[in-house]
Design a protein around this ligand. Structure first.
Ligand code: CP
Length: 338
């Protein structure tokens, strides 16, 4: 099987060289903690795994005998399953903790839950939580207990979703048929909609400018982040003006559960003004592509027909790239640490 959306350059079938001395971090809790060398290595390794999967070549079982624990305190389809698949493709054992049926519901503290699971011999713990800072808290708890488990943030609160940002960057690089070192120079990306409540937007806003891209926020002012944050990012309230000259449009799920009255628009009104459709996409550059991290609200932030149009929609490419990106993160953290 070949995949036309995987990068075509031949060097991606060679495993890239890690930074001298290995990855600078034991855990991945935020994009900001990665050095530029770490970032380049993770993206190059993601492209290598994307190409390897597309080529049907055998995948070296670099994590054979290792154990990953997925600990998700919040619902997930894409992240949870792709971390499981990524680990299994690399030969690791995976335990998906059934949080709803666990001793968490007997009142066990997060500290005790993660120490207990890690003490079973986990090499990696994948953590999703409603509270910002949870992944670092887990890393600190395990560090204090001298348990050498790598902690990976799988999305926490409104603050961070670093592997989503990495897979989004990979998707754009692949769509442009660029290698990681070529980066996203001269590329303009509109992040549209509910930026205020989005951990995906925050992690992407940390990552994409480091790859050379220009990022802008588009949506009603009530859904922009606080005015004193991200001072270098241009903000647009008008969709037509916001999409002008953009190469990629990343629209976000409207998080109605977090609105707390912030938005004075009904879902129908929102779709009228900000819904991404084939018609509104014409405001962007010819050939512009769309992304959505999922889950999508069809008919609210995006038209179903646009989401399903694979000429312009990279939504399923994002999902596929989630596997190769998470393979890269696991491989790098578990085999290339300093
Ligand atoms: N994009 C994302 O995090 O999706 P899930 O909530 O399904 O994992």
């Amino acid at each position: 099987m070949t995949d036309s959306r995987a990068p075509s350059f031949a060097s991606t079938l060679r495993r890239p060289e890690p930074p001298a001395g290995g990855l600078s971090r034991m855990h991945l809790t935020a994009i900001s903690e990665l050095t530029n060398d770490d970032l380049q290595f993770l993206l190059s390794l993601s492209q290598y795994y994307a190409r390897l999967i597309a080529s049907d070549a055998a995948i070296p079982p670099r994590l054979a005998g290792r154990t990953q624990i997925n600990l998700f305190f919040e619902n997930s389809t894409r992240t949870n399953c792709s971390f499981e698949l990524a680990a299994k493709k690399l030969g690791a054992n995976v335990i998906m903790v059934p949080v709803a049926a666990s001793s968490v519901h007997k009142g066990e503290e997060l500290k005790d839950t993660v120490q207990t699971l890690a003490a079973m011999g986990a090499d990696a713990m994948i953590v999703r939580h409603t509270q910002a800072g949870s992944a670092q808290l887990v890393a600190d708890v395990l560090g204090n207990a001298r348990i050498p488990t790598a902690v990976i943030n799988a999305g926490e609160g409104m603050r961070a979703h670093p592997t989503q940002a990495l897979l989004d960057a990979l998707t754009m690089l692949n769509a442009l048929d660029r290698s990681a070192p070529q980066g996203l120079n001269d590329v303009t990306i509109a992040i549209c909609g509910d930026v205020r409540h989005s951990r995906v937007a925050r992690s992407n806003t940390e990552l994409l400018p480091r790859l050379g891209a220009t990022v802008r926020f588009v949506g009603p002012t009530a859904l922009h982040p606080d005015a004193n944050t991200y001072p270098k990012i241009d903000r647009f309230e008008n969709l037509e003006a916001g999409l002008r000259n953009c190469d990629f449009v990343m629209t976000l799920r409207m998080q109605f559960e977090r609105m707390e009255g912030a938005l004075d628009l009904s879902p129908d009104d929102y779709y009228q003004h900000y819904g991404l459709t084939h018609t509104s996409l014409r405001f962007a550059n010819p050939g512009a592509k769309i992304l959505h991290p999922g889950p999508m609200n069809r008919g609210i932030e995006i038209a179903g027909a646009l989401a399903d149009d694979r000429e312009v929609s990279l939504v399923l490419d994002q999902v596929a790239n989630g596997v190769s990106t998470r393979m890269a993160v696991l491989d790098a953290l578990l085999t290339e640490q300093e």
